[in-house]
Design a protein around this ligand. Sequence first.
Ligand SMILES: Cc1cc2nc3c(=O)[nH]c(=O)nc-3n(C[C@H](O)[C@H](O)[C@H](O)COP(=O)(O)OP(=O)(O)OC[C@H]3O[C@@H](n4cnc5c(N)ncnc54)[C@H](O)[C@@H]3O)c2cc1C
Length: 416
Amino acid sequence: MSAANRQFDAIIVGSGPGGASVARALSLRGKHVLVLEAGSDAPVDDSLWTQARVMRMNFIGGGVPIIKGITSGGTSMLYFACAVEPPLDLFRRHGIELAEYVEQVRKEVPIAPIPEQAIGPRARRIFQSARDLGYDWEPIQKFVYARRCDTSVPYNARWNARSFVQEACRNGAVLETRANVTRILSDDLGVRAVEFRQSGATHRAEAEVVVLAAGGVGSAQLLRASGIERAGRGFFCDPVISVSGAVDGIDAAREHPMVAGVLSSDEGFMLADMTLHPAQYWLSAAQRLHLDQLPHYRKALTIMVKARDEIDGTISRKGRVRRTFSHEDQERLRRGRECASEILENAGAKRIFHSFPIGAHPGGTARVGDVVDANLQTEIEGLFVCDCSVIPEPWGRPPSLTLLALGSRLAAYLDA
Ligand SMILES: Cc1cc2nc3c(=O)[nH]c(=O)nc-3n(C[C@H](O)[C@H](O)[C@H](O)COP(=O)(O)OP(=O)(O)OC[C@H]3O[C@@H](n4cnc5c(N)ncnc54)[C@H](O)[C@@H]3O)c2cc1C
């Protein structure tokens, strides 16, 4: 094992948007970086098979699943590629100026709306209906290579964090895949090493800087295993449902999801057009016993509703998530569902039904101002966190652009 018992400038645990961003930026600054990733770097595409192979779930109260990607590139290998502007004021309140790093990321990754000619008939119909009803239904910025986009929705039209991991490796970073980090070793002077399991054996790699980027559940678990018991509280994950109904005059295959929508409403929910995978559509129709809708995938319009979650769940040392959606969470979701149904009805949809909720964007378990400081450092000198765990307040928006900017800022701090 090439990385074992070797000294690095920095070890990054996890390679989703948070970890990939730090790894790339540090490697560009000439640092000797080791990336330890629990998943593999086997190719991922849009097929159900490869997506299922890298997908893992945690279940919260009531059996609600939270989906995450265990692979190089993390959950961005499964995401819908929305590049949503970080809430700069929220971060400023916590001592973090993010604007210059967001600008920097914008220069480094492709961000654009889905080009007009690649927008499918479902998204168009929903757009028209929402606008007719007076919703501020706007095109969403996406992590996409606009020139590669067409109506067949090629997977490689999407940017994901794996390309940053690959760039880091071209700059000399070492990527160890199927390397499951179990704990961080430190002494009175600070962080010393990382212990991980790979190929059935326990290994150790040394560095005075370790960045945990194992995601909203994984990093909290590692912090607790490494002696920071305060981590793991304040967990949030935004409840998401899909609302669907069949319309006449549409006969479509899959198309780009989340082309346009309302990103933040005062009422705390987000709406966007959605194209489900056929299997997801059949599952959501069957869940609600709308069996007559099963044959209508090609006619179905779907709107995704995502509500802003409160901060009050926990992660145990073993990574078990405890969280139930409160009355307020359910109310926000119900209100969003009403709006989605109104838009679908106005578009001509009949027999509208909605799926059971899933949890999205798990985070909040190592919040800035609680477990980490404004430089994302924990109480252990040299141990940092850079993923969804550090998000300090409930916010209900897709986090990837924010995480890329936080990673870029952390690399600049570490190199100063
Ligand atoms: C279906 C879906 C659609 C989404 N759409 C969007 C969207 O449109 N826009 C958006 O911004 N966000 C979206 N998201 C959310 C977004 O993908 C995640 O919030 C984001 O990837 C989180 O980044 P992260 O760095 O915190 O963690 P992750 O991306 O989850 O990365 C964590 C990494 O750590 C690794 N890891 C975990 N534990 C260990 C360990 N012990 N040792 C070593 N490695 C470990 C994992 O394998 C993984 O690679 C979506 C999510 C899903 C599920």
